[in-house]
Design a binder for this molecule. Structure first.
Ligand SMILES: [Zn+2]
Length: 212
């Protein structure tokens, strides 16, 4: 789980994100979409060894300008959890999201305005959960089959809305490997700007050898 892809601090020999992706490639990981993982879980569709989903939340300019070229060199897709008003407010303009989608990135929904969904009324909840799916489908003509809870905030009512809106699963900020027993509360590994390659490697090596 990435947010802003920052420039490395002074003295760091190469950009963190590029170094982290190289670390994954060297250790036999292959980035895939969340949809590919879902197809593996529910239908046994083939998946590369050490499959990993590289997800980006909200819709920041650097996710296109910095992360996209790195993933392109590896021929890896990313997953963008797009807050609709990031496009409307030109934080990540339409053409940039279009370029990501055209390159095989999965575009998933992350509401329209990024509220804490556990605190909004039913009408607003539905607008944010269902409305973001409709809006992204209209804008980019992509499936939008997965949802990401803003700030990791969810409860039973929010999960129910996500299911009713037709999503196949949803991601949280709970820490750990994603498991098919938790399709609507999928865990992720948060990568912070200060992690560097060593901190990132430590997080990856600290995971259970197999999540199943
Ligand atoms: Zn967010």
């Amino acid at each position: 789980m990435y947010h802003v892809i920052a420039m490395p601090p002074a003295g760091v020999p190469f950009p963190d994100f590029a170094g982290q992706m190289r670390w994954l490639a060297r250790h036999g990981y292959h980035a895939v979409t969340l949809h590919s993982v879902y197809e593996y879980w529910v239908a046994g569709a083939p998946l590369p060894r050490r499959a990993i989903v590289i997800s980006f939340d909200d819709g920041y300019l650097s996710q296109h300008t910095k992360a996209f070229p790195v993933l392109q060199r590896l021929h890896w897709p990313g997953v963008l959890n797009l807050k609709v008003n990031a496009v409307q407010k030109y934080n990540l303009p339409f053409w940039r999201v279009r370029a990501l989608a055209d390159a095989g990135w999965e575009i998933d929904a992350h509401t329209i305005t990024h509220p804490d969904l556990t605190t909004v009324d039913d009408r607003r909840l539905w607008q944010e959960v269902r409305g973001s799916r409709v809006a992204i489908r209209r804008m980019f003509h992509v499936p939008v089959d997965f949802f990401c809870y803003p700030s990791g905030r969810y409860d039973a009512r929010v999960i129910d809305a996500v299911r009713r809106a037709g999503y196949l699963g949803a991601t949280t900020t709970n820490y750990g490997p994603a498991r098919p027993s938790n399709l609507y509360t999928l865990s992720r590994i948060r990568v912070s700007g200060s992690d560097g390659v060593a901190g990132f490697a430590g997080k990856m090596e600290g995971l259970p050898a197999s999540p199943y």
